[in-house]
Design a protein around this ligand. Structure first.
Ligand code: NAP
Length: 282
């Protein structure tokens, strides 16, 4: 399956970086997205050293910002006329509620709204490149309480891990709703839990950093975390499989809530409004 054109968000660290390396080793043309700065520079160097003949591109962008997501789509489209594999992997846990320059809560913006919008902006390229695949990095942490649509980003009582869990539930609801829309197109979409991975995810501080300091010895490597991702991206065994949640290379059961179709559809229209794809109701 060599020679595919791949876009990975969050390809500069952890699971995404390990996945980028595996895809480069298989001979694919890989574009990684991460924020501008040292992480991206380091990732490029590391990948160039690991796979000297690898076809790698770096597209620096802050995916917390809608205008940056739009720029990523524009720049990717201007450089590539096809897209075979799109991996939505960028993710954050924020111990405190931080708004982006556009006024959106950061976890919601990066973990859910960015993949939602980027998919829309690149969907025609994926369809034209079919068979194509979309892979979403979700999490077992998606098992959480109901989504309060009156307080989507926890303005009233913010809890960092609860917001993260909510965003990961949204990723799965989105995956299932998108799979319905892509049926028959030759484009599949699946999501997965990578395991508890020794990565940069817990670097923002708070209780998460403590969890990382104590738990890191029991966590799996980013390479192991990326194993289900490389399977979903490239393995012929899942070429026709869509709308599933995976763990350890096998379909797994996501929460009952994630299968709630009216909830999926309500989230979809809400996301369309939040990303500017649909005019806000007066
Ligand atoms: N680690 C775990 O135990 C675990 C468990 C379940 C699910 N996951 C999921 O796995 C995915 C990858 O996380 P990881 O564990 O590999 O953590 P990580 O090492 O912190 O990687 C996160 C990636 O997201 C990118 N990113 C974060 N904010 C961004 C922004 N505003 N704009 C653009 N890129 C941004 C980071 O790039 P820069 O910092 O270079 O911008 C980095 O490449 C996430 O979706 C996470 O929710 C992780």
């Amino acid at each position: 399956m060599g020679g595919k054109t791949v876009l990975i968000t969050g390809g500069t660290s952890g699971v995404g970086l390990a996945l980028a390396r595996m895809l480069l080793e298989q001979g694919h043309l890989v574009t990684i997205v991460g924020r501008p700065g040292a992480n991206g520079e380091r990732a490029q160097k590391e990948l160039a050293q690991a796979v000297p003949a690898g076809k790698l591109e770096f597209l620096p962008a802050d995916l917390g910002l809608r205008q940056e997501v739009e720029r990523v789509a524009r720049e990717f489209r201007s450089r590539h006329d096809r897209l075979d594999i799109l991996v939505h992997n960028a993710g954050v846990i924020m111990p405190r509620r931080v708004l982006t320059q556009e006024g959106q809560e950061t976890t919601l913006a990066v973990n859910f709204l960015a993949p939602f919008l980027l998919t829309h902006l690149l969907e025609d390229r994926l369809r034209a490149s079919a068979p194509a695949r979309i892979v979403v990095t979700a999490s077992a942490a998606h098992r959480t309480g109901p989504i309060d649509f009156n307080d989507l980003s926890m303005e009233r009582h913010y809890r960092g891990f609860a917001m993260y869990s909510r965003s990961k539930l949204m990723d799965i609801l989105f995956t299932y709703a998108l799979a319905r829309r892509l049926e028959g197109s030759g484009v599949t979409v699946n999501c997965f839990h990578p395991g508890v991975v020794r990565s940069g995810l817990y670097r923002e501080g708070g209780a998460m950093r403590l969890f990382f300091a104590i738990g890191r010895f029991f966590m799996i490597s980013p390479e192991k975390g990326a194993d289900t991702a490389i399977y979903l991206c490239t393995d012929p065994a899942v070429s026709g499989v869509s709308g599933k949640y995976f763990a350890r290379r096998a379909p797994a059961e996501s929460s009952a809530q994630s299968h709630d179709v009216p909830l999926q559809e309500h989230l979809w229209t809400t996301a369309e409004t939040l990303t500017g794809l649909r005019p806000a109701q007066p």
